[in-house]
Ligand binder design. Structure first.
Ligand code: NDP
Length: 335
């Protein structure tokens, strides 16, 4: 049983030495328990937060502890009346080959799911985050201009596509030409701007001739600096993530923009609201699942996975996620 443990708390960007690969015996389930075998592990930006002991909405992983994470598993042994050997479940068993569960918190995916890993992406946490943040906080109206960064990622790709289904103009922001081309030609975004371009702010301004009504915030930093002057009166900002800051060790350089931000929020009556998906919206999961499965079945949503083979490659893949190396929802095929 291989496990990826947290070896040390990163300062700045995580390094491969912050992780160790550990070997233990495969655990044996007691009465009322099952043995789960990990098939897919989800890698997500929030894991950077769990590596840090800074106070947050969730507990940090202990040094020497197994890295946490959502998984899709198969039941390998069962001493539990409700679970059959071979059935698939959505679990939260972390970066390891095997885990014991008493069944609590597991979501059943059936004996033969068509796309088991979708439960970690389009049909799971990231898809749900895109849906609730955009529709509940963003309140898009037909004709609105929506801007979203990390536009080809797990969350951003769904935000933009849902925005198009709601008849909005969607402008993505992504890292590099290949991602931008994909956002336009496959995901159906109206525009997509490369944030690495020297004249990024100018290009964004040109792409948002009528200003921005909904800015779905995934990244912060210089992308937000470019967005702020383009926001319209009554704009909404679902504050979902700030990935450009997750490895930061100090405040950014340059002038203090706080008063400018407050001034813009005031005079333009802008609503900015943070949210933590399952803490705030767990009760609305069914609504999301119903809409998203219908859109998928109708071919209205495209979903791209970036699938890495082997648990031993999870640390490097995770480090890459914080540098924009993934292209699509990052998952590890564990076995
Ligand atoms: P993605 O699949 O989008 O992968 C992360 C992407 O972020 C990278 O591919 C890269 O895309 C972009 N990125 C990384 N570093 C930077 C940077 N310095 N500047 C600009 N862009 C950067 O991840 P997710 O879709 O899983 O997550 C997107 C955001 O949503 C994250 O901030 C995450 O924390 C947040 N989130 C919040 C939740 C909540 O409950 N509030 C739940 C789930 C996710 P590119 O190369 O295109 O720049």
């Amino acid at each position: 049983n291989r496990q990826v443990l947290l070896a040390s708390r990163p300062v700045g960007a995580p390094q491969s030495t912050d992780f160790t690969l550990n070997q233990t015996e495969i655990p044996t389930p007691a009465q009322g328990e099952i043995l789960l075998k990990t098939k897919y592990l989800s890698l997500d930006p929030y894991m950077r937060g769990r590596m840090s002991d800074k106070k947050s909405y969730a507990e940090p992983v202990a040094i020497g502890g197994v890295m946490v994470g959502g998984t899709v598993c198969q039941v390998e042994q069962s001493n539990h009346p409700d679970f059959t050997v071979g059935e698939w479940v959505l679990a939260f068993t972390g970066w390891q080959d095997y885990a014991i569960s008493n069944g609590e918190g597991l979501i059943k995916l059936g004996m033969n799911p068509t796309h088991p890993s979708y439960a970690l992406g389009v049909m799971g946490m990231p898809g749900f985050t895109a849906y609730m943040g955009l529709l509940d906080i963003g309140q898009p109206k037909a004709g609105d201009t929506i801007v979203v960064a990390a536009a080809t990622g797990a969350v951003g790709s769904m935000v933009g596509q849902i925005g198009k289904l709601k008849n909005c103009r969607v402008v993505g922001i992504a890292g590099g030409k290949e991602k931008c081309d994909y956002a336009k030609s496959v995901l159906g975004f109206d525009e997509c701007i490369d944030h690495h371009a020297a004249d990024f702010a100018e290009q964004l301004s040109q792409a948002c001739a009528n200003g921005i009504d909904v800015y779905y915030e995934n990244v912060g930093g210089k992308v937000f600096d470019a967005v702020l002057p383009l926001l319209n009166t009554d704009a909404r900002i679902p504050l979902c993530g700030l990935i450009s800051q997750y490895n930061a060790t100090s405040l950014p350089e340059g002038p203090d923009r706080m008063n400018m931000l407050m001034g813009q929020l005031l005079v333009k009556r802008i609503k900015m609201q943070g949210f933590i998906i399952f803490d705030d919206y767990a009760h609305r999961y069914d609504e999301f699942a119903q809409d998203m499965s219908q859109w998928l079945a109708e071919g209205k949503i495209h979903y791209r996975e970036d699938c890495v083979e082997g648990l031993e490659n999870a640390p490097q893949a995770f480090i890459g996620l914080l540098e924009g190396k993934n292209f699509g929802k990052l998952v590890v095929k564990v076995s």
